[in-house]
Design a protein around this ligand. Structure first.
Ligand code: FAD
Length: 448
């Protein structure tokens, strides 16, 4: 037993291996000037309750980590107790009722791959390694997400340990305030989620993708086309432009136009990519693929080419509905300053429907632009670390807010909840976390 008398591992700042254990929790390897005082790895709910009681009595704040994929390393904070949920990595599928229960440290790709083998589906994220803990709390932009909605809209219940150290269930009818807040609070949530209750869907019958790759000289034409065609792209398609100095990992600088499709019929699959087949710029592409049928494994492999492990990352983003004429001159300058691959720019065609769900998540727009600065050696951090945040700051007048998925709030404050929802969130926090035990978002002012 350790000094907290819990079953899981506990390391204090003075213990050998403490710092490396904290850094091991992180996907983003960028050097940090923050460090918690204690790392606890509870194995069950009783352990979590003990850790919360300890933090309260010691006057420390709590931060939480499930998969450690927060770009801003949101869980690594000074003067705090870090709860790593690494042991909460089990899931159970109830096919008859189209439901699943899953711990926060279950990888989204692990869950989805297992579900698809049973002809089931859940809107999991696009990369391996991301765990459902942080992913579902911030909203969750998913494979087939333009059809199925934000992934958190498919969460029907949460088991949560509160700031008072009490295990509660939250759903539409029970602790509805926590249920509302958990669907969008992201890294500012005030409780420890120990289990998610999920709604499942039948597996889409047809998955495929069409790709066209353009040289940088066509940047203006390609983004103009993407902007114009965006509103008419069917919800079965998550159309995106990926701008990088190394398209397809070896083809040099340019823009990958990718249309992944999740369809229920062959006709839907084929029709979904008509906008690519008939595109006025398609002939300018130096590489064009037909519509290729694919499994989810290939989709993950393609996505991961842009997000390799063991790199430092500086990431920021914006939602926008600004005219192409205002966005494109910035995109040209961003292309000119783009760090080497795997750094890249993502333009995602979103055009969301009006959402009916009662949830905290409230900021989205027609187009999503995210900048992913990436570099291998920490010595390059001064050179590339602020690239993404600096460009997003210059483009703030064109932005309507950010996604918490790709937040860089430690570098640049931005709006991530509507004013009304931020106010409601803070009112719930005051009731549920009276003593302010849980850390808030890096930008302590919240959204603006
Ligand atoms: C390579 C990569 C690809 C990504 N792809 C996508 C994508 O396709 N779609 C998308 O929507 N997002 C994506 N993201 C963003 C990702 O969803 C968020 O960073 C998310 O927070 C990661 O979840 P996590 O559990 O792995 O991270 P963590 O860093 O562990 O969690 C992030 C924050 O969430 C809170 N939190 C985590 N677990 C709990 C818990 N159990 N209880 C209470 N609070 C908790 C904590 O405040 C924590 O700091 C991606 C990120 C990376 C690095």
């Amino acid at each position: 037993m350790n000094f907290l008398n819990i079953k899981g591992r506990v390391l204090r700042r003075t213990d050998a291996g403490f710092e490396s254990a904290v850094l091991d929790t992180l996907f983003n390897k960028q050097a940090l000037e923050r460090m918690p005082d204690l790392l606890a790895e509870p194995t069950d709910v009783d352990d979590i309750i003990t850790v919360i009681r300890y933090a309260r009595s010691a006057g420390k704040k709590i931060s939480i980590c499930s998969g450690g994929h927060s770009w801003s390393a949101n869980h690594v904070r000074n003067d705090s107790v870090l709860i790593s949920m690494t042991h909460f990595n089990r899931y159970e599928v109830d096919k008859a009722n189209m439901r699943a229960k899953a711990g926060p440290a279950v990888g989204g790709s692990v869950l989805l791959t297992a579900l698809m083998k049973q002809d089931l589906f859940f809107p999991a994220g696009h990369c391996k390694g991301v765990c459902i803990g942080g992913y579902l709390l911030q909203g969750g932009f998913a494979w087939n997400g333009r059809k199925l909605g934000m992934a958190c809209e498919s969460v029907i219940g949460y088991d949560i340990v509160t700031a008072e150290g009490e295990l509660v269930h939250a759903s539409e009818t029970e602790n509805a305030d926590l249920f509302w807040a958990a669907r969008g609070a992201g890294g500012g949530f005030f409780g420890v989620v120990v289990q998610f209750h999920l709604r499942l869907y039948p597996r889409p019958k047809y998955i495929g993708a069409m790709t066209q790759v353009f040289g940088m000289k066509h940047l203006e034409d390609v983004f103009q086309w993407a902007w114009e065609v965006g509103p008419d792209i069917p919800p079965a398609v998550e159309f995106q432009l990926l701008m990088t100095r190394q398209t397809l990992t070896f083809c040099g600088p340019g823009i990958e136009a990718v249309a992944p499709v999740f369809a229920d019929t062959k006709e839907e699959l084929e029709a979904a990519v008509d906008f690519m087949r008939n595109s006025p710029v398609r002939k300018k592409a130096f590489l064009r693929t037909p519509l290729l049928r694919s499994g989810i494994g290939s989709m993950y492999r393609f996505a991961m080419t842009h997000y390799p492990e063991r790199h430092c990352w500086g990431v920021d983003n914006m939602w926008t509905h600004a005219p192409a004429t205002e966005l494109i001159p910035f995109l040209r300058q961003i292309a000119d300053t783009l760090p080497p691959a795997p750094a890249h720019v993502l333009w995602l065609n979103w055009h969301p429907p009006v959402r009916q769900s009662k949830m905290a998540f409230s900021v989205e727009d027609q187009i999503y632009i995210a900048l992913y600065g990436a570099w291998k050696s920490p010595a390059d951090s001064p050179r590339y670390g602020a690239w993404a945040a600096d460009w997003m700051r210059r483009m703030e007048h064109l932005s309507t807010g950010i996604q918490l998925a790709d937040e860089g709030l430690h570098r640049r404050p931005a709006r991530f909840l509507s004013a009304e929802h931020l106010q409601q969130m803070e009112a719930i926090r005051e009731q549920r976390d009276v003593k302010g035990v849980f850390h808030r978002w890096h930008d302590a002012g919240g959204g603006r």
